[in-house]
Design a protein around this ligand. Structure first.
Ligand SMILES: Nc1ncnc2c1ncn2[C@@H]1O[C@H](COP(=O)(O)OP(=O)(O)OP(=O)(O)O)[C@@H](O)[C@H]1O
Ligand SMILES: [Mg+2]
Length: 239
């Protein structure tokens, strides 16, 4: 689903946000991207939806080589992926239904498709009972559910989320993660950048750890940060 080959991203010609990163994410995986602020997590996600271009190296997403991609090809990539952000990004003057329908309208879906897909997406995120609410009438967790419905209404194979629980309390964060987990089990590949130690540790999924743009860790069943005693024990075994 995702392949990065020796990818470097340099901002302003001198600041390296991603440094020679190579990795593969297969169809159906659930992957966390962790690291301190400025480590390159958002830059990594932006590469995947072609908001940023690599300075060097190759990025392939859903069979498309983004390095060579022309501007007019970007919409066809974006149709294959949904993106969710920390601040939800809902349109304040549109209802829940309209916010989700909007994502289909911009890609030219017809009325029949919209009438079928929007209720399905709302049902999947557990918000089918509030189609007429406006974003300000919903809690943060509910707004994030709508943002996830909007990202998934087109049934894309890949969902990217940048700090999706950054503004939510622990319990609500966990319910959003359970929702993402459920979506993953149905077959969608998911990549989540997160600062949320508790959630990452509890999910026990693959963890990519970045430090100053370098991929320093890739663990199959990882935690946010390896505890010092675990690291020491491991080092003493390898010694
Ligand atoms: N458009 C830009 N122009 C210049 N520098 C940038 C730009 N975007 C990001 N950077 C720099 O690149 C580095 C990586 O940024 P990035 O947003 O990927 O970090 P992050 O891991 O997502 O951090 P956070 O946890 O704070 O969201 C940072 O030092 C940042 O200042
Ligand atoms: Mg970020």
């Amino acid at each position: 689903m995702i392949q990065l080959c020796d990818v470097t991203v340099t901002y302003r010609d001198d600041y390296t946000a991603l440094d020679h990163v190579s990795l593969i994410i297969s169809k159906g995986e659930f992957v966390f991207v962790v690291g301190a602020t400025g480590a390159g997590k958002s830059t990594f996600l932006k590469l995947l939806y072609r908001e940023e271009k690599p300075t060097s190296g190759t990025v392939i997403v859903a069979g498309q080589n983004l390095t060579e991609m022309r501007l007019r090809e970007i919409p066809s990539l974006r149709r294959k992926l949904g993106v969710v952000f920390q601040d939800f990004g809902l349109l304040p003057n549109k209802t829940v239904y309209e916010n989700v329908a909007f994502a289909l309208r911009v890609i030219g879906a017809n009325r029949q498709v919209i009438r079928r897909q929007v209720p399905n997406a709302l049902e999947m995120v557990g918000m089918a009972h509030r189609p007429d609410a406006f974003p300000h009438q919903l809690s943060g967790g509910e707004q994030q559910r709508i943002a996830i419905a909007r990202a998934l209404v087109n049934d894309p194979p890949l969902l990217l989320a940048d700090e999706p629980t950054g503004n939510l309390d622990p319990e609500t964060s966990w319910s959003i993660m359970e929702l993402l987990n459920h979506i993953n089990v149905r077959g969608t590949t998911i990549v989540v950048a997160s600062h949320d130690h508790a959630v990452v540790d509890r999910m026990e999924r693959r963890v990519l750890g970045f430090e100053k743009g370098v991929l320093i860790r890739d663990e199959k069943c990882g935690v946010y940060k390896e505890a010092t005693d675990v690291r020491e024990a491991r080092q003493s075994v390898t010694r």
